[in-house]
Design a protein. Structure first.
Length: 438
């Protein structure tokens, strides 16, 4: 490629919400972004990894020019497609095994216990048994979840055997949609003895963790693990559903240092390289303990605006720099706001949504309230239970990003946005989607 020509960056699942943040990274004028597969192709119905690979190859092979990077910021199958296509087309990505060690929740736990102690008691549940039982030494309350799933889909908090059996039945019914295609990915790897015969359609049981939820963002560059951000994850009262992610974290400095240390040891064990990651934790202020919830082998695209508001650059910058072999380090605190948050405006019961504002009205709200961005999730007249990729206990109706001087400023802006949106719901069925484990 002639010097000075923009680099062709193929983004698997490039969506309209993330395109502006990709275009806001430093040196964005040196990149040309191309969509490689749509969100609908990637997430609707049962995934076929071979079919998706063939569709992606057709786009890449038809491209008139160089392929300089293949990147993505979504979970499976995007996280898997990045290293598979990267290897084929000779661009820089982490290896497939390091991604699968993160995505497969059971394998991930096996790797974690080799280097850290900060994880809950866990075990497998035999879905083929006539009478499935909790694993030995794993006590109620616990969470049941597939080894692989979208977001929090098919994740259930259970407090007794009745709820355990109900959750097992639901997981049995839905696990194949993602688990079966994940089996084809596992077949590509030389698995260690402890993973022989485990497969992708596995149900994991873990003792419930308590405390404050925290997210850690980082990357691996030339073998060095760097944590560049810690965010607080704050739930709705008496709920396991996120109200907001807030950056930077307000936790004490010793806790932040511990999160850095545990994250660095874990990611060295995983063996990731030239890639970003996001790890979710619980912190118990009563004991001072931290406990690792899960590892995502990608940065969180939902945090992009938060880093832009506070640090002056979206976290997409790290992913893009690593794809070009460039050190992605940036100074923090260069943005226009001291704090930022992503808020989840939720509805805890099924219903039909009305008075969804137009794109023009949303743009007007964003102009009226400085330091906000709004994404409405459902469409006009849509029943909430038909919205895809929702958790087991609520429906997301809007994502609201706010930047401000302090927490009170963030909350005021969120409240103003909710009022300005003016969403209404009819035929609401009370009580949410399921019993909340807390």
């Amino acid at each position: 490629m002639p010097q000075g020509q923009p680099k062709n960056i193929f983004v698997i699942g490039l969506d309209d919400a993330n395109l502006p943040t990709l275009q806001a990274v430093p040196q964005a004028d040196s990149y040309r972004f191309h969509r490689l597969l749509s969100i609908e192709e990637l997430q609707e119905g049962e995934v076929s990894v071979p079919d998706l690979l063939n569709r992606a190859r057709a786009v890449l092979d038809a491209h008139d020019g160089s392929v300089d990077a293949i990147v993505g910021y979504w979970d499976f199958p995007v996280s898997i497609l990045v290293p598979l296509l990267g290897k084929e087309y000779g661009v820089r990505t982490t290896g497939l095994e390091s991604v699968v060690k993160c995505e497969h929740k059971y394998w991930s736990r096996l790797e974690q216990q080799k280097v850290i102690d900060e994880y809950p008691r866990f075990g497998r549940v035999d879905l083929d048994s006539d009478d499935p039982q909790p694993p030995e030494d794993v006590d109620f309350p616990m969470w049941l979840k597939p080894a692989l799933a979208y977001s929090s889909e098919l994740a259930f908090g259970v407090s007794d055997m009745k709820e355990f059996r109900e959750a097992v039945a639901a997981i049995r019914e839905g696990i194949a949609r993602v688990g079966r295609p994940f089996d084809t990915v596992l077949d590509l790897l030389d698995l260690p003895p402890e993973m022989e015969g485990v497969g992708g359609q596995v149900c994991l049981a873990e003792e419930a963790m308590t405390g404050i939820q925290v997210a850690v963002e980082g990357y691996v560059y030339e073998g060095e693990v760097t944590v560049y951000g810690v965010l607080d994850s704050i739930n709705y009262p008496n709920s396991s559903c996120f109200l907001r992610h807030q950056y930077p974290s307000t936790l004490p400095a010793p806790v932040i240092r511990k999160l850095h240390d545990v994250s660095e040891r874990t990611m060295r064990q995983i063996g990731m390289e030239s890639a970003t990651f996001s790890i979710e934790y619980f912190y118990d202020p009563k004991t001072g303990d931290v406990s690792l919830l899960e590892i995502n082998p990608r940065h969180s695209q939902s945090h992009a605006e938060l880093f832009d508001y506070v640090d002056g650059a979206p976290n997409h910058h790290r992913m893009l720099s690593l794809s070009q072999g460039i050190d992605p380090a940036l100074p923090g605190g260069q943005g226009p706001y001291k704090m930022a948050a992503k808020w989840y405006y939720r509805w805890f019961g099924d219903g039909t949504v009305h008075e969804v504002p137009s794109a023009e009205r949303i743009a007007e709200i964003e102009r009226e309230i400085p330091g906000v961005r709004v994404d409405v999730v459902p469409e006009e007249g849509q029943k909430l239970s038909t919205v895809s990729q929702q958790d087991s206990y609520s429906y997301e109706v809007a994502h609201i990003f706010t930047g401000g001087d302090d927490e009170d400023d963030l909350r005021r802006k969120f409240d103003r946005c909710v009022a300005a949106l003016g969403l209404t719901f009819d035929h609401t069925e009370p009580g949410g989607r399921g019993k909340n484990p807390r």
